[in-house]
Design a protein around this ligand. Structure first.
Ligand code: NDP
Length: 452
C-alpha cells in the first residue's frame, strides 16, 4: 500500500476544518492542517463572534433608556469605540489561541501557510514544500464580494468593519441579507446614522414575509433609514467622504459605505479544476451527500461548498466526514429543518417553511400573534414581537416556526427541537405555558388567523 505523509490534510482552519482535523486525529489518524490567515476562520475572527459582541455593545442605549422608565437614574454616556475595539481584538486573540491549542493538543501538525493542490493526494504550501495525504479536506470558507460597479472599491465589507479606526458619523449599508441587516442595527445602536439600500422589495429575501416585514418596520422605528427598491448608481470620493448617487434620485455624502452583497467560496488559485475537482457556477466545490468531491480522495465542507453557510452546519459536515472516512460509517449530513437566527434588533429566529413556501406546497393553517411585550409596554415603548406557526392542515405537523422578538435566537433553538421531531400543533397545545413570558404565546394560540 502506498505510504502517505499524512492520513488527512485539511486546508483551512475555520469551524469546519478545525473540527474535522481534531476529530480525525482523535481516531488515531495522522493529520495536518494549513491556514494562511488566522485560526478560527470567518466565524471566530471576522464573523459570528465579533459580530455578536458588537450586538451586545449596541444594545445598551435602548436598555438604558428603558432603565429610566423602570425608575433608574441613568444617563447615557458616550460610546468609546477605541476601548471596545481593543477588548474585542484581545478576545479574538484569546479565541485564536484556543483554536491553535485544540489542534496542538490533539497532535495535529499545523502550517501557517497558503496551500494548493498538486494532484489527488498532494498538497503544496506557499514555500514550495509538498506533502502527500491519503485524504484531503477542503475547508477554505468564503469571502465577501464587492459588486461590479464603478467606485465599489471605495466601500468596505464585513471584513473591515471590526478594524475601523473610528466609527463613521454617517454610513451607508448596501444589501438586504443577514449581514447588511445585522450591521445596520448594530451601527445604529452604536450611534452611527445608518442608511440602508436594498435592491429588492423587502429585506431578508426567502424568510417568512410577515416576519421580515416586522423586522423592517422595527428597524425603521429604531432609526435605520431603510430604502427598498434602491441601489447605488455611482460612488465618488469627495474629501474624506463618499458621494453616492442612488437609483431613488438621492445624492448623499457618507463617511463610509459598506457592501454586504453576498459571499463567494475561496476556491480561486488552488489548482482545483486542474486536478479534476468539479466547481459550480459560483466557484463552489461540488460535493455529494457525504461531502465527497468528484476526486474520490478529496472532500469539502463548510462555506467552500456553498450549501448552508452557517458555522454549526460546517461543523456537522466536518464530523460527518470523519465518521464516513475514518470510522467506516457512511454518514450523510442532514440539511433539513435547520434553525437559524438573524441578530437584528429585534432578533429573528426561524426554522422550517415560511408561510409562502408552505402555501405553495399544500393546505396550511397559520397561527400568529403580534403584540407589545410586558417589558416594552411598561416602559412606554413601541416595539412589537411576532410568534408564528405554519401548520400543515392535513398532518397537523408544525412546518415552520418564526419568532421576531428580543432573544428570538435563544427561543428558536428550543422550539427547533420540537419542529425537528415532527411535533404537531396539538403537541404544542399540550405543553403548558411558562408564564409570564413572550414565548408562552407559542403554545397558547388557539385559532388560526387564516387558512390557505
Ligand atoms: P446574503 O446572500 O444573505 O445577502 C446578500 C444581499 O446582497 C442580498 O440582499 C442581495 O440581494 C444583495 N446583493 C447581491 N448582489 C448585489 C448587487 N450587485 N447590488 C446590490 N445588492 C446586491 O449574503 P450576506 O453577505 O448577508 O451573508 C452571507 C451568508 O452568511 C448568509 O447567507 C448566511 O448564510 C451567513 N450569515 C449568517 C449569519 C447568522 O447566522 N446570523 C450572520 C451573517 C451571515 P437579493 O436578495 O436581491 O439577491
Amino acid at each position: 500500500m502506498q505510504d502517505f505523509d499524512f492520513d488527512l490534510f485539511v486546508i483551512g482552519g475555520g469551524s469546519g476544518g478545525v473540527r474535522a482535523g481534531r476529530v480525525a486525529a482523535q481516531t488515531g489518524a495522522r493529520v495536518a492542517l494549513a491556514e494562511e490567515d488566522r485560526y478560527g476562520g470567518t466565524c471566530v475572527i471576522r464573523g459570528c463572534v465579533p459580530k455578536k459582541l458588537m450586538v451586545f455593545a449596541s444594545e445598551f442605549p435602548a436598555a438604558m433608556s428603558q432603565a429610566r422608565a423602570y425608575g433608574w437614574d441613568v444617563q447615557q454616556g458616550a460610546f468609546d469605540w477605541g476601548q471596545f475595539k481593543g477588548q474585542l481584538h484581545a478576545e479574538l486573540d484569546r479565541l485564536e489561541g484556543v483554536y491553535r491549542n485544540i489542534l496542538k493538543n490533539n497532535g495535529v501538525t499545523t502550517f501557517d501557510a497558503r496551500a494548493s493542490l498538486v494532484d489527488a493526494h498532494t498538497v503544496m504550501l506557499a514555500d514550495g514544500r509538498r506533502f502527500s495525504a491519503r485524504h484531503i479536506l477542503l475547508a477554505m470558507g468564503g469571502r465577501p464580494v464587492l459588486p461590479d460597479m464603478p467606485g465599489a472599491e471605495l466601500g468596505i465589507t464585513s471584513n473591515e468593519i471590526f478594524h475601523l479606526p473610528e466609527l463613521p458619523k454617517r454610513m451607508l449599508i448596501i444589501g438586504g441579507g443577514y449581514i447588511a441587516c445585522e450591521f445596520a442595527c448594530i451601527l445604529n445602536g452604536l450611534g452611527v446614522e445608518v442608511t440602508q439600500f436594498y435592491r429588492g422589495a423587502q429585506i431578508l429575501r426567502g424568510f417568512d414575509d410577515e416576519a421580515r416585514g416586522l423586522v423592517a418596520e422595527e428597524m425603521r422605528q429604531n432609526g435605520v433609514d431603510l430604502h427598498l427598491g434602491t441601489n447605488i448608481l455611482s460612488m465618488q470620493k469627495e474629501g474624506a467622504q463618499i458621494r453616492v448617487l442612488a437609483t431613488n434620485g438621492s445624492d448623499t455624502l457618507f463617511d463610509q459605505v459598506m457592501f454586504a452583497t453576498g459571499r463567494a467560496p475561496n476556491t480561486a488559485g488552488m489548482g482545483l479544476a486542474e486536478i479534476g475537482v468539479r466547481l459550480g457556477r459560483n466557484g463552489q466545490v461540488l460535493v455529494d451527500d457525504y461531502s465527497q468531491t468528484s476526486v474520490p480522495s478529496i472532500y469539502a465542507v463548510g462555506d467552500v461548498t456553498d450549501r448552508v453557510n452557517l458555522t454549526p452546519v460546517a461543523i456537522r459536515e466536518g464530523m460527518a466526514f470523519v465518521e464516513t472516512v475514518f470510522n467506516a460509517n457512511p454518514t450523510p449530513v442532514d440539511h433539513a429543518l435547520i434553525p437559524t437566527a438573524i441578530f437584528t434588533q429585534p432578533e429573528m429566529g426561524t426554522i422550517g417553511q415560511s408561510e409562502e413556501e408552505a402555501r405553495a406546497i399544500g393546505p396550511v393553517e397559520i397561527y400568529a400573534t403580534s403584540f407589545k411585550p410586558m417589558r416594552e409596554s411598561f416602559a412606554g415603548g413601541t416595539q412589537r414581537v411576532l410568534m408564528k406557526l405554519v401548520v400543515c392542515a392535513t398532518t397537523r405537523k408544525v412546518l415552520g416556526c418564526h419568532i421576531v422578538a428580543p432573544g428570538a435566537g435563544e427561543m428558536i433553538q428550543l422550539a427547533g427541537i420540537a419542529v425537528k421531531m415532527g411535533a404537531t400543533k396539538e403537541d404544542f397545545d399540550r405543553t403548558v405555558a411558562v408564564h409570564p413570558t413572550m414565548s408562552e404565546e407559542i403554545v397558547t394560540m388557539k385559532q388560526p388567523v387564516r387558512s390557505a
